[in-house]
Design a protein around this ligand. Structure first.
Ligand code: ITT
Length: 211
């Protein structure tokens, strides 16, 4: 049987993305973990040289754990569009460019879908992935991954959330992630069992390391 390690004391949230940071803080809040962000600690951003979400989450968590000498919690995530062979995938942040222009990134996806004649919702399926990694300074790792399925709408709807949220309609729902509060997007009890990719991955991590 695998022995998981409990997260106790101070934890670095190894992200420089404010949207993710807010969600990761909210998810951790009920567990009374003292969380400090990589940005607050002045930690750099390692190059994401991995070829999978999990590899990139590990790169970020290990770099922050080593730099801060504290356990570090990282998320690597992205949007995979079926009709585009899973693009932008691990390049989801990079598609928005240096300006982090996600309106442009969503428009680019829409252009490519139109080129392929993908107008029907069944041709516009996509999923978000979140790989989470907690790394300790002694090298111990805890890793999980989850996804959220849905379809892409055009034009994007709603101004909540971040990144590709306004274009993503989760399966079984009538509002995009961009039209949901963060609490609805998490979809955790008492509202649900986890809706977003990040909340679903976090539920697994919490069972292993926080429960
Ligand atoms: P860190 O590496 O510092 O955490 P990042 O934004 O570069 O920040 P990623 O490399 O994991 O993070 O890129 C994932 C991108 O995918 C992110 O910038 C978002 O645009 C998008 N994304 C991930 N989760 C999302 C979500 O819940 N809603 C909308 N977009 C999301």
């Amino acid at each position: 049987m695998t022995t998981h390690r409990r997260i106790t004391g101070r934890l670095v949230i190894a992200t420089h993305n404010p949207g993710k940071l807010a969600e990761m803080r909210e998810l951790l809040a009920p567990y009374g973990v003292e969380a400090v962000s990589a940005t607050e600690l002045g930690l750099g951003e390692p190059e994401e040289t991995g070829t999978t979400f999990q590899a990139n989450a590990r790169i970020k968590a290990v770099a922050a754990a080593n730099a801060a000498q504290l356990p570090a919690f990282a998320d690597d995530s992205g949007l995979a569009v079926d009709a585009l062979d899973g693009q932008p995938g691990i390049y989801s942040a990079r598609w928005a460019g240096e300006a982090k222009d996600f309106a442009a990134a969503m428009a680019q996806i829409e252009r490519l879908l139109q080129e392929r004649g993908a107008t029907d919702p069944a041709q516009r399926t996509a999923h978000f992935v979140s790989a989470l990694c907690v790394a300790w300074p002694d090298g111990h790792l805890e890793e999980v991954e989850a996804r959220a399925d849905g379809t892409l709408v055009w034009p994007p709807r709603g101004s909540a959330g971040f990144g590709y949220d306004p274009a993503f309609l989760p399966e079984g729902h009538t509002r995009t992630f961009g039209e949901m509060t963060s609490i609805e997007k998490h979809g955790l009890p008492p509202l649900g069992l986890g809706l977003s990719h990040r909340a679903r991955a976090f539920v697994k991590l919490a069972e292993m390391c926080l429960a």
